[in-house]
Design a protein around this ligand. Structure first.
Ligand code: ADP
Ligand code: ASP
Ligand code: MG
Length: 437
């Protein structure tokens, strides 16, 4: 069985939704994972922010605008009275629900319910569209099988058991449709897999049921060798190993959700990145093997990074020091991305600053603490095995005119990362591109 995930642009208009049938073959057994229609989740975030700020007028006006967009979309999508009627009832139901949160109690629970509406609408609209065309499909409610635990980690066994049961109940169907991004948390509440999470949904489903392949259909012809939004002349990469793709996704290549490679890698399910606008383009195949060794594959950047330096003479010749430092981050459930150490200091980076002031207070017990915000990790990915040489020199030479706060090399064979101020990111990406490719 294959898993096909279509992102926001791929379902961004009635035309695009209709066009999905150029790619999906309804007679083949497959699970189609859909994102919300492009722009919807951003609009839902804005609506939630207006509610949270108590600005009901702004919320109402944003809801009205988004509802109107869907009114136009369904007129273009459905061709029969009945189809249009079903579409109208569907969007009215969801927009009434969104508007019902105008009460004064607006917490993260209500926000997550609002954020879930985009995927609930897009999947049902597609199901109605297929029904109108006489094509059989089965909607699988992601909220019945996609689950995360108290640490926001997916519960793969739960997903496997519940999804397999749903598939078994509908064994006479071939084409299944489900929502990306949304899930339930350990309290059973509606939650999500963070922005861009539909890729993660597809990977989790593929891993859970041991799919033959996961296809991520998006608006570009695969993983490029640099961020195409910033650098001109980037090129798609035909084949990447799981390790390389995981580093790129984690360190900012927006085409893949940061966590989305891990489930596929763990269960060895190949992932293909494909372009809805150019379905015959080869795209990128991500699998165990990857291809050539010892070459630079791609460059990515992750913004919103905060660097923390702890300077302490107690670190000198001491053991157990690093453990105690790391325990502080563990207590606040804050992941660390990069680390460098010297004899008397340690620098590390985080992107989640929710507990930064608590962390800073506790770290002060060890020595002096310096914090630098607005940092970016620039990550050069390739297969730099222990026996290769010259890559670090080439990378650093390409950024020699830019101040570098941290360098990390050798953590894995696949990554050379640098931390720099975000204002220098564009120049760093362009200069690396010109000199490395
Ligand atoms: P979707 O809505 O289909 O999930 P996304 O916008 O999340 O699509 O991801 C696709 C976008 O990722 C591309 O349009 C491109 O601008 C951006 N992107 C950033 N870095 C890369 C990269 N290295 N290769 C390809 N695309 C990238
Ligand atoms: N709709 C969600 C978002 O915009 C999930 C996704 O598109 O992958 O973040
Ligand atoms: Mg995406």
């Amino acid at each position: 069985m294959k898993i096909l995930k279509f992102g926001g642009t791929s379902v961004g208009s009635a035309e695009r939704i209709k066009g999905l049938l150029d790619i999906i073959r309804p007679q083949e057994r497959q699970i189609v994972v859909l994102s919300a229609v492009a722009g919807t989740t951003n609009a839902l975030v804005e609506i939630s922010q207006a509610f949270a700020a108590g600005d009901k007028d702004r919320a109402a006006s944003l809801i009205h605008t988004l509802h109107d967009r869907y009114r136009t979309l369904i007129v273009d999508l459905f061709t029969t009275e009945e189809g249009l009627q079903n579409g109208t009832e569907l969007i009215d139901y969801h927009f009434n629900l969104i508007a019902s949160f105008s009460s004064d109690l607006f917490t993260p629970i209500e926000e997550k319910i609002i954020l879930a509406q985009g995927e609930l609408i897009s999947t049902t609209l597609f199901h109605f569209h297929l029904t109108e065309l006489g094509i059989r499909s089965k909607l699988l409610p992601a909220l019945d099988f996609m689950k995360i635990d108290e640490d926001n980690e997916p519960k793969i066994d739960f997903i496997r058991e519940n999804l397999s049961e749903l598939l078994l109940q509908s064994s006479d169907h071939n084409l299944f449709i489900t929502q990306g991004y949304i899930c339930r948390n350990s309290f059973g509440e509606i939650d999500n897999l963070r922005r861009g999470g539909s890729d993660y949904t597809a990977s989790l489903i593929g891993a859970a049921i041991g799919a033959d392949e996961i296809q991520i259909w998006t608006d570009i012809d695969g993983m490029h060798n640099n961020d195409p939004r910033i650098v001109n002349g980037t090129k798609p990469i035909a084949n990447l190993s799981f390790n390389e793709a995981a580093e790129l996704a984690y360190f900012g290549a927006k085409i893949l959700h940061p966590q989305s490679v891990f489930p596929a890698q763990r269960y060895n399910v190949p992932v293909r990145l494909l372009n809805t606008m150019e379905p015959d383009a080869p795209g990128t195949l991500i699998n165990k093997e990857g291809t050539a060794k010892g070459i630079v594959r791609s460059i990515a950047a992750k913004d919103g990074i905060t660097a923390i330096r702890i300077h302490s003479s107690r670190m000198l010749l001491a053991y157990g020091f690093l453990r105690r430092v790391f325990e502080v981050f563990e207590r606040y459930k804050t992941p660390i991305d990069m680390i460098t150490t010297s004899e008397v200091a340690i620098s590390l980076t985080i992107d989640d600053v929710k507990y930064l002031s608590d962390i800073e207070r506790e770290l002060t017990d060890f020595g002096s603490v310096e914090i630098d915000r607005d940092q970016t990790i620039v990550c050069v990915v390739g297969d730099f095995g222990v026996n290769t040489h010259g890559y670090a020199a080439r990378v650093l030479d390409a950024v020699k005119h830019i101040p570098i706060r941290m360098i990390s090399y050798g953590g894995s064979n696949y990554n050379i990362s640098m931390l720099l101020q975000t204002e220098h990111k564009v120049e760093a990406l362009r200069s690396l591109h010109n000199r490395l490719f």
